[in-house]
Write a protein of this length. Structure first.
Length: 339
């Protein structure tokens, strides 16, 4: 099997090598680069790109990838694993969701088209795009803070062909957490969190690279990474990159099929008190959280708009903040049960 090459990285068959993609330079002259680990198998096969810390506060994917590469023997690998533990170093280093330099995060449309002459984050995106250009499959690892439940996101409408959709679906099944079909909500709540089309896994699927986005658990990376490791290994097994069979996930998967409905929004201000566990299927109209005032009274009962489940309750800042919420704040993500 030939040497795998991308940018300045050259990896012989059966080896793991670490490198960096130089992306931009800070005002003080510090070089900002993206860390990349490439495991090039001894036999030919798919090229799986996996990214972590697309959002700088979501580092469970980072820990997943650092643990993952230690559990795979490149001599027994078919194909190539490209691991990017920190996709946005500008945000990661400052523990911010987006880059402080330009307010852009890499969950936005930064890869198609890429802009190597753009602002700092767009220049990072252009370097990461070079990895997409050699990839055949893609997984983007994110996480929600507790309380939340792991889930994966499928982008059927964005897939460039039925074949891409079939592979995307197989990847979701193999990963093993509860899959949710992503569509832009009809009630306008997409404006609060961005359009589905802008997600990197949706964009890759639109360009012929089956992509899956996964929300793991816990923003500090201490919990949830084992489910991430198990999930990526399962996808690699499904794609024929590993001999090991697909193994049961470490977290419960909900029965049935689900579609993204939108976000729950508070009418009142106060402290958010969830009253159900994320991942619990609730009937339409069921109370899932309270907004409590400073006198301890319940100012609002937050109710399910549809039958389905909340996969995460949201804080006042993406990936951080607190449950002290203002009026009109997004307080939870909802998936509707398909009937």
């Amino acid at each position: 099997m030939s040497v795998f090459e991308v940018g300045s990285l050259h990896v012989p068959a059966g080896e793991l090598r670490h490198g960096r993609l130089t992306a931009t330079t800070s005002a003080s002259g510090q070089v900002v680069s993206v860390p990349v680990s490439i495991m090039h198998g001894a036999e030919p096969g798919p090229v799986l790109l996996v990214t972590g810390a697309t959002h700088g506060t979501e580092i469970t994917g980072t820990r997943t990838l650092l643990k993952l590469i230690a559990r795979i023997d490149p001599a027994r690998l078919r194909g190539t694993l490209i691991s990017v533990p920190v996709t946005n170093p500008l945000a990661f280093d400052r523990a911010t969701y987006a880059s402080p330099e330009d307010g852009i995060h890499l969950g936005m449309p930064c890869y198609w088209p890429s802009d190597p002459a753009g602002s700092p984050t767009l220049r990072i995106g252009a370097q990461v795009r070079s990895l997409f250009d050699v990839a055949t499959h893609y997984i983007d690892l994110h996480n929600n803070a507790e309380p939340a439940v792991p889930m994966s996101m499928e982008f059927a409408a964005q897939c460039s062909s039925p074949e891409v959709r079939q592979v995307q679906r197989a990847m979701a099944e193999a990963f093993g957490v509860t899959p949710v079909l992503m569509t832009d909500p009809e009630d306008g709540t997409a404006e609060k969190v961005g359009s589905v089309d802008g997600q990197p896994a949706a964009a890759s699927s639109a360009h012929g690279i089956p992509g899956l986005m996964v929300e793991l658990l816990d923003e500090h990376g201490h919990q949830g990474y084992e489910a991430g490791v198990r999930g990526v290994l399962n996808v690699m097994s499904k794609l024929g990159m590993l001999e090991e069979p697909v193994a049961p996930q470490l977290v419960e998967r909900l029965q049935g099929s689900f579609t993204y409905h939108g976000v729950l929004t508070s009418r009142e201000s106060g402290v958010l008190f969830p009253v159900c566990d994320p991942g619990t299927v609730m009937e339409q109209g069921s109370v899932v959280a309270h907004i409590v005032g400073m006198d301890g009274s319940v100012l609002e009962e937050v109710k399910m708009p549809v039958t389905g489940f909340v996969w995460a309750f949201l804080t006042t800042a993406p990936g951080g903040g607190s449950f002290a919420v203002p009026e009109g704040h997004a307080v939870g993500f909802v998936a509707a049960a398909d009937v």
